[in-house]
Design a protein around this ligand. Structure first.
Ligand code: ZN
Length: 246
């Protein structure tokens, strides 16, 4: 059979393989298993400079030294409208941006565990006050495309390390636009992201730790915090590994 004939004969099968349910329920888990196998077999390289890297944060020692902590005045916590406390670890500048992008776009889930461990090392006392860990929700449409909520990739191991429950207690009602990489004017003009608390009984009278991967203007985190307070949270603490510079 000519090659064209083989292609035509195989077309229905290929079409089935590309169909949405197969992509979600078969192709995606297979791809994840493949990525996990590669992750175990191949030596890691630094996400920022491609030098051989240790496992911590996916960065080599040199790049890790370049991570920029909050200014000394913010060591005890930053201010964020609508939140009782706001803690972050590093400025969202190279090489930190590569760590967040690795978690977000390259499905490097181990980075979520490393970021959670770094949070417990630096802020164990402050974050340990939380009674419930809630990841910043992703709109269901974006989650379907990305396959996971990367805030949850940090929140889940953080909850495990703090010995607290984690619940996806918030739902995002509006899609919004990704904020990172936009100018301040564009970020402030982003359509309002609305939230809904789907688990008020879990939230009520609790100190809630809201976890996001990166905070830009803080407007989205402030809205999510207000929603948790309206659902009865006694306190809302926000944690993010990275904050964009003003
Ligand atoms: Zn490096």
């Amino acid at each position: 059979m000519a090659i064209g004939g083989v292609r035509r004969a195989a077309a229905p099968a290929l079409g089935l393989l590309r169909s949405a349910p197969l992509r979600v329920f078969v192709a995606r888990p297979v791809r994840r298993l493949g990525a996990l196998a590669l992750d175990l077999l191949l030596p890691r390289v630094c996400l920022a400079c491609s030098a051989p890297a240790e496992r911590e944060l996916g960065l080599c020692l040199e790049c890790r030294r370049l991570l920029e902590p909050p200014p000394p005045g913010l060591a005890g916590g930053d201010r964020l409208e609508g939140c009782d406390a706001f803690f972050w670890l590093w400025v969202y500048r190279p090489p930190m941006d590569q760590v967040i992008l690795g978690l977000k776009h390259h499905r490097l889930d181990y980075l979520g565990r490393h970021l959670a461990a770094a949070a417990v090392d630096a802020l164990g006392m402050e974050l340990g006050r939380a009674e419930l860990i809630v990841p910043m929700p992703m709109h269901w449409r974006r989650r379907l495309v990305r396959g996971r909520n990367h805030a949850e990739s940090i929140a889940r191991p953080l909850a495990g390390q703090l010995g607290r429950p984690q619940r996806a207690a918030l739902r995002r009602r509006t899609l919004g636009r990704p904020q990172v990489g936009r100018s301040r004017r564009q970020r402030l003009s982003n359509p309002t992201v609305m939230f809904h608390c789907s688990r008020p009984a879990d939230v009520r009278d609790r100190v809630v730790l809201l976890v996001d991967d990166v905070v830009t203007t803080g407007a989205t985190a402030a809205r999510a915090a207000r929603c948790l307070r309206a659902a009865g949270a006694s306190e809302v603490i926000v944690f993010t590994p990275a904050r964009t510079p003003e």
